[in-house]
Design a protein around this ligand. Structure first.
Ligand SMILES: Cc1ncc(COP(=O)(O)O)c(C=O)c1O
Ligand SMILES: N[C@@H](CCCC[NH3+])C(=O)O
Length: 414
């Protein structure tokens, strides 16, 4: 369970009343629970406690500095995909020595920045990136620790837009090119081979694809050993799913147990890059009902939150639970919860049984990951405020954007 529960007739975030936070800070509003973030991180960390490991939280899921800082204080590492994310990690007090850098399109300035601060490992995704990194490191007089991200060609059984470990996806190096590229990496003077990594997709709800990928990675590690290349760590990526509706993803304990069986007896450090599993159910998105509109057999509940705030429903047809902050007695009816943005695809949920009136608050659950982080200013809508609750204390961890911030840097020509 998370820390967003009803007490009496109204929803709480830990010991803070959600309706009160909405009144104080306005809507739309993201609310995160520190206790839930910490519990999810510990669940991962403790699951693999018996084996050398590093949990590198995937910053892209929720990159608010306060979220990163809470995890950094637990000793977390971080998986980043840009120089911007590296800067955030450092601004939040994260340790660069626990940072792994993923991504198919790293730029020279990003490589330089990561080399200067001394990250744990570059997860290299192509032959061209390998050569570039060697050049940049040489120019700076550094040796870059590297892993090659291998595309294990397994079907993660998830939404096609968030599946990453199939041959047809842009990510990683094809398995049949892996050995040659590792040999090349080992021959380059400014690189040090450290590990292999993979990440096969997101919101996985079965263990099988993870274990298939691990088998393939371990077989590769054995072949590399025969060629004199010693691999120190296996980075299995992120991807563990969460319950949005009725999914039953494996608990990190079960995942770790199965994985540890496979690596038993090997002096191989394990790296994990969980994003969603840590952040999704640590957050809710609160929005106010503006108007109701009845169209024949359907009711539109028009709210002040929109696809620019939370794009997952529009982008992936993702289902996230929508609950009343303070439920009413009485009959519900079938509703589409839609935002003010001028797009037919602007909805937070379709065909939901709700009983609401104008002025009510709704909470979209499981919004802590890929929520605010994917938000935009489309329709010149300021991005929502973000609150972190810790017991009975609620703090603004990002102010609501002001309109003037939205055109900062623009200019009118004479
Ligand atoms: C390389 C990499 N690592 C980790 C993650 C985090 O994934 P998730 O949020 O599914 O755990 C992603 C995103 O899917 C990713 O691309
Ligand atoms: N943004 C996606 C997940 C993509 C993960 C990024 N590698 C989601 O909301 O489900």
């Amino acid at each position: 369970m998370d820390h967003f529960n009803y007490r009496g007739d109204t929803l709480y975030a830990e010991d803070c009343e959600v309706a009160k936070l909405a009144r104080q800070h306005g809507t739309p509003l993201y609310i995160y629970s520190r206790a839930t973030l910490e519990r999810h991180w510990h669940a991962f960390d403790q699951a693999v406690a018996s084996h050398p490991h590093l949990i590198c939280y995937a910053v892209k899921a929720n990159s608010n500095l306060a979220v990163l800082n809470v995890l950094a204080r637990l000793g977390s590492g971080f998986d980043i995909v840009s120089g911007g994310e590296l800067a955030r990690v450092m601004a939040a007090g994260g340790d660069p020595d626990k940072v792994v850098f993923s991504g198919v399109g790293k730029k020279v300035d990003e490589l330089e920045m990561a080399l200067e601060v001394g990250i744990h490992c570059f997860n290299v995704e192509s032959a061209a990136e390998l050569e570039l990194l060697n050049d940049v490191a040489g120019r700076l007089g550094k040796v870059a620790p590297i892993s090659l991200r291998i595309n294990p060609d397994v079907d993660a059984g998830t939404h096609p837009y968030i599946s990453t470990g199939l041959k047809e996806n842009k990510f990683g190096i094809p398995m049949d090119e892996a050995e040659a590229l590792f040999l090349r990496a080992a021959s380059l003077p400014n690189l040090q081979v450290k590990g292999v990594d993979c990440h096969i997709g997101s919101q996985l709800t079965e263990l099988r694809p993870f274990l298939d990928a691990t088998d393939r990675m371990l077989a590769l590690i054995d072949r590399l050993a025969e060629n004199g290349i010693v691999i120190e760590h296996l980075d299995v990526g992120g991807g563990l799913g969460v319950t949005y509706n009725d999914e039953t993803p494996p608990h990190p304990d079960k995942y770790a147990e199965a994985l540890l069986q496979k690596v038993a007896g090997r002096p191989l450090k394990l790296i994990f890059e969980p994003g969603r599993a840590i952040a999704a159910n640590a957050g809710i998105f609160v929005t106010e009902v503006l108007f109701l509109k009845d169209n024949g057999d359907k009711r539109f509940v028009i709210v002040d939150g929109a696809m620019n705030d939370l794009i997952r429903p529009s982008l992936y047809s993702a289902w996230q639970n929508i609950i009343p902050v303070t439920p009413h007695e009485g009959d519900s009816c079938l509703c589409d919860v839609v935002g003010p943005v001028c797009e037919t695809g602007d909805f937070l949920g379709k065909d939901r049984q709700l009983n609401v009136v104008s002025g009510d608050l709704l909470a979209v659950r499981s919004a802590g990951a890929y929520g605010f982080a994917m938000s935009s200013n489309y329709n010149t809508r300021p991005r929502a405020a973000e609150i972190m609750v810790d017991g009975a204390t609620a703090s603004v961890v990002r102010e609501r954007e002001k309109l003037t911030q939205l055109w900062h840097g623009e200019q009118i020509l004479p």
